[in-house]
Design a protein around this ligand. Structure first.
Ligand code: UDP
Ligand code: MG
Length: 316
């Protein structure tokens, strides 16, 4: 019987320091799985170069020349982690039965891939890699991530706690995923919507092998705002609730002002009036900001731009 072909998709943005180790580790893992007859001989590592400005692509080309199991896709420019990942999934989907996505920095334990593939053979279409602990992350990163997951849950977005983009998907799951045509990609939120039988495997997250994080605070915040506004309309509802609350408060103030007027103490009411003026003004602005966020999204979706343009491909 023909064994299922596995493609390991790795988005890379300026990862020249870490790529040599990554290729070595991933090839080792791939070989272990091929030897154990878990996956077929035609299995590959597929790097997606997300418009790196260092020598990442040259290194990928070199590795592809040296090793038959290394492939690469070069995007024409930097489109961000999520879009680069999607590009890789789409490219891999044509040839693979199983696709695993993992970051280039090897923070996620490659060894649990064996377990993931075993779960696939047991009939799962999606297997999430879940971090058991985040000891090596900084205090700030750990806690900001935790707060984010909690907020997401509150706002009604389905997402797997402590799961990043390390996951296995079957070909049909990826094909389904591609039907989600939105541009504001937040894969962690979309993948659970795909459905099918899912499971998780657990591992300890280690430190980055080399290079530095490509997710500075600004990108993390961006990612969080995107994640929430792409999936939840609760913020808009909150504005509505606030609006009602403020109207009620304004009524109370009106009564107070009338009483003050008839008892001839109008000047003393000035402070509270000015205060509420500012307060309400601020809230209106916040409301407008949130609504604007959604309108911005509609704007981008309506333009229906391609997610990426492939410049070159090495497939062997
Ligand atoms: N990445 C990418 N495009 C970007 C930023 C990051 O493809 O614009 C890749 C990066 O090369 C890595 C993965 O996304 O493989 C995760 O990035 P990183 O490890 O820097 O994020 P962190 O683990 O610090 O959240
Ligand atoms: Mg990382």
């Amino acid at each position: 019987m023909k064994k299922d072909v596995l493609y390991i998709v790795v988005p890379c943005y300026n990862e020249q320091e870490v790529l040599p180790i990554t290729t070595e580790r991933l090839r080792e893992q791939l070989k272990t799985m091929i030897d154990a007859q878990l996956v077929g001989e035609e299995s590959r590592i597929l790097y997606v170069n997300d418009g790196s400005i260092d020598s990442t692509w040259q290194i990928i080309e070199e590795h592809a020349r040296e090793h038959k199991d290394v492939c690469g896709v070069k995007l024409a420019g930097n489109v961000g982690h999520q879009n680069a990942l999607m590009a890789g999934l789409e490219a891999a989907c044509e040839r693979a039965d199983i696709i695993i996505s993992i970051d280039a920095d090897l923070q996620d334990d490659v060894k649990v891939m064996t377990e993931m593939v075993e779960k696939y053979h047991q009939g799962c279409d999606i297997v999430y890699g879940v971090r058991r602990e985040r000891k090596t992350d900084t205090w700030f990163k750990r806690n900001s991530a935790l707060a984010f997951y909690k907020l997401m849950r509150r706002l009604g977005v389905k997402s797997i706690y402590n799961h990043a983009d390390y996951r296995l998907m079957s070909r049909r799951a990826v094909q389904q995923l591609m039907n989600y045509r939105e541009r504001n990609l937040f894969l962690r939120g979309i993948v659970p919507l795909v459905g099918y039988r899912t499971d998780s495997v657990y591992y300890d997250r280690t430190e980055r092998m080399a290079g530095e994080s490509k997710y500075p605070l600004s990108k993390m915040l961006n990612f969080a705002v995107n994640g929430i506004t792409s999936f939840s309309i609760k913020p808009v509802r909150m504005v509505l609730t606030l609006g009602i609350l403020f109207t009620l408060i304004a009524l109370g103030i009106l009564i107070y002002v009338l009483i003050a007027y008839f008892s001839g103490r109008t000047v003393s009411g000035w402070a509270s009036l000015i205060l509420s003026l500012w307060f309400i003004g601020g809230c209106v602005l916040i409301g407008l900001g949130i609504v604007g966020e959604y309108i911005g999204k509609i704007y981008i979706e309506v333009k229906d731009r391609p997610r990426y343009n492939v410049e070159k491909e090495i497939m062997q």
